[in-house]
Design a protein around this ligand. Structure first.
Ligand SMILES: [Fe+2]
Ligand SMILES: [Fe+2]
Length: 293
């Protein structure tokens, strides 16, 4: 297991990085009531995003706890003041994200998807169980992987599938974009903490594998549930759902090169910097929504 060491990445967090915790609040329910299929008038894509985001609140609480628990186990002097500050801001950003995605989930429940809270409870139980039984660094390996995953979504919006962002109605578009931007800002925080805490290569890869399998399982069961609830889990939509993930323009293929980079022993999240390009391309949506950039 120890054959591949985890060398300290040579890429570093950019000096001009600012991590800003923006507090945004939107009304999801009235937008859903106006158009239930708010993404491209398409139930398959809309429910994909509804399903994906429903895993965020509990996921984000898991991320926060894993970072906090790992940090608190280290000697006080081990981490730089910069990283300590970044961890605080990461926690603040994720807490705000969790609050908004909770509100989005409540709107879904209100709209009639009554099983959503039960799914949420299942994730919460898993989080509480893992906090008791799984070491902080192991949990942090899953968090670092998930952070690479969420930052990759930002990169996919930017370079591969801008339509996935642009064709979402407001306020979903603004929320997804604001979240993507903040995921980019804090993308290396847990990774750097993982390295400082002595996390190794194989555990990092195991973290990716388990985070990936878990998100696929959690998203697909919610996706299928909501489509079934609408009476739309038919052959045509099954094909569409498969295409969204596995088709030639599918998310799996967009994600693959990014996952491959994570396999490199000297990988670092700041090998790529999406901040400027994200704002140049989509910043006007944030301006219109009154979200500071
Ligand atoms: Fe987040
Ligand atoms: Fe995050």
């Amino acid at each position: 297991m120890g054959a591949i060491m985890q060398p300290k990445a040579t890429t570093k967090t950019p000096d001009d990085l600012t991590i800003t915790a923006r507090s945004v609040e939107f009304d999801y329910l009235s937008s859903m009531k106006k158009n239930k299929y708010w993404h491209s008038n398409d139930p398959v894509i809309t429910h994909f995003f509804n399903a994906l985001q429903a895993t965020f609140p509990e996921g984000e609480r898991f991320f926060i706890e894993s970072a906090r628990d790992t940090r608190d186990e280290l000697p006080k002097t081990q981490l730089s003041d910069t990283l300590k500050e970044q961890i605080k801001l990461f926690i603040k950003q994720e807490a705000f994200h969790g609050r908004e995605h909770d509100a989005w989930c409540e709107a879904l429940e209100e709209l009639g998807y009554k099983k959503m809270p039960a799914y949420e409870k299942e994730l919460k139980d898993m989080r509480l169980w893992s906090r008791k039984h799984i070491a902080p660094l192991t949990r942090l390996s899953m968090t670092a992987a998930s952070e690479h995953f969420t930052a990759s979504i930002a990169s996919i919006f930017l370079y591969q599938r801008p339509d996935l962002l642009e064709n979402a109605a407001e306020p979903f578009r603004s929320l997804l974009l604001y979240h993507a931007l903040e995921e980019v800002e804090h993308k290396a925080v847990c990774y750097d903490l993982y390295q400082e805490a002595g996390g190794g290569y194989w555990l990092r890869q195991l973290g990716m594998l388990s985070a990936l399998l878990d998100v696929m399982r959690q998203v697909s069961k919610r996706h299928i549930y909501m489509l079934k609830e609408d009476g739309l889990w038919n052959r045509k939509n099954k094909r569409k759902a498969r295409k969204l993930i596995w088709g030639p323009q599918g998310l799996a293929w967009a994600l693959l090169p990014k996952l491959m980079r994570y396999l490199r022993p000297d990988f670092h999240p700041w090998e790529t910097d999406e901040r400027k390009a994200l704002l140049a391309r989509f910043g006007h949506y944030l301006d219109e929504a009154g979200i500071p950039t």
